[in-house]
Structure formats: structure tokens, C-alpha cells
Ligand binder design. Structure first.
Ligand SMILES: Cc1cc2nc3c(=O)[nH]c(=O)nc-3n(C[C@H](O)[C@H](O)[C@H](O)COP(=O)(O)OP(=O)(O)OC[C@H]3O[C@@H](n4cnc5c(N)ncnc54)[C@H](O)[C@@H]3O)c2cc1C
Ligand code: SF4
Length: 501
């Protein structure tokens, strides 16, 4: 038997199951496929990040002694068949892809040799382990899963089995609004990397692509190697972690990253393993004050991230087509061109996404996705936009985060209530409203903020469905207090907005 290993673009880890299972000298292939990027207009910086990281990783493996083939091609099948023939490969070995769509691609390739998928080890929990945890549970509560994960990996635990600080959750210390107009409220600049010769070659390739793309390429400063990703991790721990927790939900004009980690692009590519990230953060010397930041971050990685991937792995085949609210509006054109956006909150988040391929969690959830939800955008359209726009987007993150958490398209399999809010939240957690042509306090009238009339229109349109969601009853009582005249104007404003956009 002759084994060959195919490493796909988000498996750039030396300990990834397939590459770790073979001796030096094994034929190994990586392929940059142009067909693969035709499915949607990807952010140009994402293409540079992935292809440059693949090229660097391939060079490292070659230096180590593997027989490396690095191919730039239209599709996957042709170069794979040629390579299999040249090396007389009888078993093509891969780490099982996280994205189901990639597993489908593999199944259609017809390569004429045995294909062996080894269980994916890029997460703390394998798919099999998550399935075992989820089996027979009435509700898949993230909190239950998170606690189990803390215990299982002994992260932030005391010897007596209790969590450090005697609490599982420090949310009450976090989520502070930003200090507006305070010059000392100044997040550190993110670590930037000057593109080396390899990255510059990829930038030149992306600039010449005929395929439609999204976003801006100038100013690409993302890391492209494991060593750079480790520097970002170290920078987060030493410069940003302590303030991460309290202001993790805050949004400030001109501060694209706040105190966020900027680690998702690297973890999702395999340049960092989530366990090493949480172990490094948990090993920090933290006091009572910074425990909330440490716990808050670890909850994101071993709680939310692992849970989202786990739910994706067990989601039914039709999960991606679900549309619980039956939303059918088209995605407004300004999502693809921020210069056309009039609402300041959307404009700020869209502009920075075009420039960097990045927005932090609350910008994604409570500005962009929230808007799509209350405005009734068809879920697959907004999912496609997120998948195109973000540097860290993959199918497994999209289905759960955008469709499940953001759009509630699964009817509550994942989130306990829809993440819908009015301008009140935006004004509290950001400084966006003060630079906006709309009035964040008004829900009707000429200058009414669209977030307001869409929010109440959303509650009104879906009153019946939302009544079944216990956590919505308080807000529905406020809807009941609204006069019919006000509701009529709200409906008219929402209709007019769609006609004009
Ligand atoms: C609508 C929507 C779209 C999103 N799209 C993506 C995406 O394309 N890719 C992506 O990796 N994450 C996505 N997320 C989750 C989260 O917003 C990003 O992981 C985070 O903003 C990445 O930036 P950071 O590394 O600076 O995050 P920080 O907040 O500094 O760090 C937290 C870390 O925890 C992990 N994490 C936290 N929450 C999640 C989550 N819900 N799902 C997965 N990982 C999580 C990430 O690895 C992240 O690096 C999305 C969330 C929403 C609501
Ligand atoms: S007023 Fe409304 S549209 Fe303007 S920034 Fe605030 S929430 Fe956004």
C-alpha cells in the first residue's frame, strides 16, 4: 500500500490526524483551486491569508523531509489524479474536513483509489465525543456543555471539583458600555505583519483574479505562519486580555478590534489549536479582577466555539434551508458596498469589514445580523454575505452562528431566543448613534431609526410565534401597549424602507 496525504486549506497543523499518521518521505499534496473560490465573492484578504498560509506550511513540511507537491489549479480532481498516478498511491489519506460541503466535494472526485478520512482532531471534542454528549439530551444547552468541558480538560478548576472563583460565569463583570469621549479609553493597536515575499506573490495573484471578490486588499497585515499566530496569542495575553472581558461587547468608531483577541483566523486554519490557546490563557497569573476576562475568553473558545462545531456536526441535512420566520426580503445592496449605507452603525461595521475582513462578535451579532433579522432578510442571503465577507468564515461557523444564533432560522435548536434589539442597545453599547442622520430615540416619524421601526414591526409580524418563546413575553407586553395608529405607521415605514433600498 502506498499512502499519500492531501492537506486541505484549513488543516495547517503539524499534528493534524492525517499528516501526523505518516512517516517522513510520504507524498503530500496541497492544492490552490480556482474553481473552489467561484461559489461566492470571497474577501480578497481571506484568499491571501489562506493561500499564503498554505504555501508557508507546505514549505515547512518540505524542509522537514516530506515529498511535497504544491499545485495551483482550476479544480481538485485533475492534479490529484496525476499525482496519484505518478506516486502509485493506493490510499489517499485526509483529516476529515470540518465542513460537510468539503466532504461532499471529496465524494464526487472519482479518484480511483481508496480514500481514508481520519477523525478530525482540530477541536477539543471529536465529532464522536460530541455526539455521545448530545445523545438523549432534551436540550443542548451551551452552559451544560461548557461546564462539562471545563471539568473534562481541567481548565480553571479547583482540586475540590469546583470552578476557580467558585463561579462558572462572570458575565455580570463583563459587557460594560464603552467610555464615550474618554481619551484614556484607548485599546492597543493590533499586531501587524508586513507581507513577506510569499505573501506578496499571493497578493499579486489575487489582484489578477477574474473571479468576483469582495473587500479591499491594501493594508493586508494578517499573520500567515504558526510562529506569527503564536505572536498574536502572546500579544493578546500580555496587552489585551485584562480589558477584554469588561469591554467585549463595546463598539467605538475607529476602534475596529477593541480588546478582542483576533485569533479566530488562525485557530480556524489550524495554525493554533484551541486547547493550546485556552491553556496559555488559563496559565496566566490572574487576580480576581482579571478572572472575569480569563473566564470570559475561555468560555468563548471551549464553550461557544466547540459547541457551535458540535451542533453543526449533528445538525439535520436540511438545517441550512430552515427559515423559521419565513423571511424573504433580499439583502440590501449596501451590504456589498458600505459607501451606500446610510445607517451609521451599519456603515461603520461594513466599512471595517471591507478594509480588514474582521468585525468583532457584537458587531456581527447585534449590528449586522440583528439588522438582517428584524428587517426580514432571507437567511441564506445573509449567510452567504457573512461567508463571503469574513476572514475566518467557514461553513461550520456560518450554519450555526449566522443561521442558528443570528437569524433564529432553526426555530430555537441553538439559541434560547432571537437576538433582536432596537436602537436602544446600539446607543448603549456604541458611539455610532451620535454620528447618525437618524434619531435613535424615535420609532416613528421622518427621522425615526430603522432599527426601531423594524424591531417593532418584527415583533408585530411574528407575535404568534414569539409568544411560544418564554423569554420574549416581557417585550411582547410592551408591544401590546402600542396604539394601532403607531403600529400602522411602523408597518408603513418598514415597507417603504424595503421599497427604497
Ligand atoms: C453572525 C455571526 C457570524 C460569525 N462568523 C464567524 C466566522 O465566520 N468565523 C468565526 O470563527 N467566528 C464567527 N463568529 C463568532 C465570533 O464572532 C468570532 O469568532 C469572533 O468575532 C472572532 O474574533 P476574535 O478572535 O477577535 O474573537 P474574541 O472575542 O477575541 O475571541 C473569542 C474566540 O472564541 C471563539 N469564538 C467565540 N464565539 C464563537 C462562536 N460563536 N463561534 C465560533 N467561535 C467562537 C473564536 O475562536 C474567537 O477567536 C460569528 C458570530 C456571529 C454572531
Ligand atoms: S440611530 Fe439607528 S441607524 Fe443610526 S447608528 Fe443608531 S441604531 Fe444605527
Amino acid at each position: 500500500m502506498t499512502v499519500g496525504v492531501w492537506i486541505i486549506g484549513d488543516q495547517l497543523w503539524r499534528q493534524s490526524a492525517a499528516i501526523a499518521s505518516v512517516p517522513l518521505g510520504t507524498p503530500v499534496i496541497l492544492i490552490e483551486s480556482l474553481d473552489h473560490i467561484k461559489t461566492r465573492p470571497y474577501h480578497q484578504q481571506k484568499l491571501v491569508l489562506i493561500w499564503s498560509a498554505m504555501r508557508h506550511f507546505a514549505a515547512e513540511l518540505a524542509e522537514e523531509g516530506h515529498r511535497l507537491e504544491y499545485i495551483e489549479a482550476e479544480g481538485f480532481a485533475k492534479p490529484l489524479k496525476a499525482w496519484i498516478k505518478t506516486h502509485k498511491i493506493t490510499e489517499l489519506r485526509l483529516t476529515a474536513p470540518t465542513d460537510k460541503s468539503f466532504t461532499e466535494i471529496i465524494s464526487t472526485l472519482n479518484l480511483g483509489c481508496n480514500i481514508k478520512l481520519l477523525e478530525n482532531n482540530h477541536f477539543l471534542w471529536t465529532e464522536t465525543e460530541f455526539k455521545t454528549w448530545a445523545k438523549d439530551r432534551k436540550r443542548l444547552l451551551m452552559e451544560d456543555f461548557y461546564r462539562q468541558c471545563r471539568r473534562r480538560f481541567n481548565i480553571l478548576m479547583q482540586k475540590n471539583g469546583k470552578p476557580i472563583g467558585d463561579q462558572w460565569n462572570f458575565d455580570q463583570d463583563n459587557r460594560k458600555p464603552p467610555k464615550k469621549n474618554d481619551p484614556s479609553f484607548n485599546p492597543p493597536k493590533p499586531l501587524e505583519f508586513k507581507p513577506d515575499a510569499v505573501t506578496q506573490q499571493v497578493i499579486a495573484k489575487v489582484k489578477q483574479l477574474k473571479t468576483p471578490t469582495y473587500g479591499k486588499l491594501d493594508g493586508f497585515t494578517w499573520g500567515v505562519t504558526r510562529s506569527q499566530a503564536l505572536q498574536v496569542l502572546n500579544n493578546f495575553i500580555t496587552q489585551r486580555l485584562e480589558t477584554f472581558g469588561p469591554y467585549q461587547d463595546a463598539m467605538v468608531t475607529g476602534q475596529d478590534t477593541m480588546w478582542h483577541a483576533l485569533l479566530s483566523p488562525y485557530i480556524n486554519l489550524g495554525l493554533l489549536h484551541p486547547l493550546e490557546v485556552v491553556e496559555a490563557v488559563a496559565a496566566e497569573d490572574y487576580d480576581d479582577r482579571s478572572l472575569s476576562s480569563v473566564e470570559g475568553f475561555i468560555r468563548q473558545v471551549i464553550g461557544w466555539r466547540e459547541y457551535m462545531r458540535g451542533v453543526y456536526s449533528i445538525a439535520p441535512d436540511d438545517y441550512g434551508d430552515r427559515n423559521w420566520f419565513d423571511h424573504q426580503e433580499a439583502l440590501p445592496e449596501f451590504f456589498w458596498d458600505s459607501s451606500q449605507a446610510k445607517m451609521n452603525c451599519l456603515k461603520q461595521c461594513l466599512d471595517q469589514t471591507e478594509r480588514t475582513g474582521y468585525a468583532h462578535h457584537i458587531q456581527r451579532l447585534m449590528i449586522l445580523s440583528n439588522f438582517a433579522l428584524v428587517a426580514g432578510i432571507e437567511p441564506r442571503e445573509i449567510e452567504n454575505w457573512f461567508h463571503s465577507a469574513y476572514i475566518d468564515a467557514y461553513d461550520w461557523v456560518m450554519k450555526t452562528n449566522v443561521l442558528g444564533m443570528g437569524q433564529y432560522a432553526d426555530g430555537g435548536m441553538l439559541a434560547s431566543k432571537p437576538y433582536a434589539s432596537s436602537a436602544n442597545y446600539v446607543n448603549k453599547m456604541s458611539d455610532y448613534c451620535k454620528g447618525c442622520r437618524y434619531d435613535h430615540k424615535a420609532r416613528i416619524g421622518e427621522n425615526a431609526c430603522p432599527f426601531n421601526y423594524f424591531y417593532w414591526d418584527f415583533l408585530d409580524r411574528h407575535r404568534e410565534k414569539l409568544t411560544t418563546q418564554g423569554r420574549m413575553s416581557f417585550i411582547l407586553k410592551n408591544l401590546d401597549k402600542m396604539t394601532e395608529a403607531e403600529l400602522t405607521e411602523i408597518r408603513e415605514l418598514a415597507d417603504r424602507w424595503h421599497q427604497e433600498n
